[in-house]
Design a protein around this ligand. Sequence first.
Ligand code: ACO
Ligand code: OAA
Length: 472
Amino acid sequence: MALRLGASSLRTSLQLATVPTRSIALNGARCYSSAKAKSLKDTFAAKLPEELEKIKKLRKDYGSKVVGEVTLDQVYGGARGIKSLVWEGSVLDSEEGIRFRGKTIPECQEVLPKAEGGSEPLPEGLFWLLLTGEVPSEQQVRDLSAEWAARSDLPKFVEELIDRCPSDLHPMAQFSLAVTALEHGSEFAKAYAKGINKKEYWGYTFEDSMNLIAKLPNVASRIYRNVYKDGKVAAIQKDKDYSFNLANQLGFGENKDFIELMRLYLTIHTDHEGGNVSAHTTHLVGSALSSPYLSLSAGLQGLAGPLHGLANQEVLNWLQEMKKTIGNDLSDESIKKYLWDTLHGGRVVPGYGHAVLRKTDPRYVSQREFALKHLPDDPMFKLVSQVYKIAPGVLTEHGKTKNPYPNVDAHSGVLLQYYGLTEASYYTVLFGVSRALGVLPQLIIDRAYGMPIERPKSLDSKSFAKLVGAQW
Ligand SMILES: CC(=O)SCCNC(=O)CCNC(=O)[C@H](O)C(C)(C)COP(=O)(O)OP(=O)(O)OC[C@H]1O[C@@H](n2cnc3c(N)ncnc32)[C@H](O)[C@@H]1OP(=O)(O)O
Ligand SMILES: O=C([O-])CC(=O)C(=O)O
């Protein structure tokens, strides 16, 4: 019960009184409806004792069972496939792709609440699903939108910090810098410094995560407007959803389809189980009890690498280069030649391959479906489709990559450029806003579970050689 007391002591005025909820079936998923919607924090707190009990029993009964073995190749191969992380929000199947709390992307598109008149899910709903495992009601999602809007103001010094960045400092560096500076308002760090009971950690981590997510549209749009536009940022509209506000602040609030794209984009980029660089980094830094601000900032710095989230920037630049080179000749032969030139130049084909996936990424598929619906005749979409037809064969013939199919980053830039967001160096910031909605729920869960500091064992090569019985 201490956990619940700790949580409720932090309740904000926006959280509505909790009343028993009625569970109804919505397309096979559980959906909770009630006169007064139960808040996210109360929903999580109510489920927590049972979750903790289940984990305690699992560890008591099976704690010494072997869950896998590790080869020397895995040690030298980026820890690929080693099962060593607990991540509740999503699990990635190499053939099927991601499932968020057991639900595929199409299933999420079906069951998660949408904006009035909209057809894409609201990322608020996915955040709720990732944290609690439950599909929220429409009212719960509306309340969450309102709560984020209410918490969205930036401290003046953070605005000034962003404004003082040179416009040629990469947007991702500006983004992680601003998120680090928001640490100034960390309730977790302040409470820890005062000395709090471990059982109260998650409540403060929840508050920090909510505040941080709420502020990201202001941070992200300020960077965009400063670097590429006139530096003026629209105010958050308190009665609107998160994606509307982000789209509007970027300067695309008049375009309903772009807002819908933001809702889809922010939903599908959230989470990709725990081992990817941004998720793992956030979790790792958080395991030292660094605040959610410092943890996410570290994760964003990993996302900014070209083999990870920056690949979406690389893809658009690469496609534009290709267009310049091949002009209107989208024949199989000319695409093939361009792909081979890239590979012969010792470069990777951006947007293709994956550390886990061995089939086309379902996040690519959902973006392709969006394009087929909204921009079927866009020349860049046609180019992307042609590359999709040709690249798997070329990469297979090249014989190096274990996965010749496209990942999420192969498509996102083409959708953004269609609506006029053409600045590729900005794209990973949008990815980062979405990724925050995926990695912060797990950070709250980590603290609620009392996960320890992460500290795997390393050895030098000589010791590994000895371990496998080799000469050194
Ligand atoms: C959101 C995301 O992070 S999704 C991934 C975004 N990144 C990209 O799209 C960049 C292009 N892709 C890649 O570089 C890789 O496929 C990664 C980083 C995604 C995965 O890396 P790995 O798990 O090491 O891939 P894999 O085991 O297939 O690599 C084997 C070899 O194939 C190469 N390879 C993998 N993908 C590609 C590619 N798209 N083009 C050319 N070569 C490739 C690797 O560089 C590696 O070469 P090496 O033996 O000379 O070092
Ligand atoms: O899973 C990975 O390694 C990379 C990825 O697609 C993501 O983080 O979204």
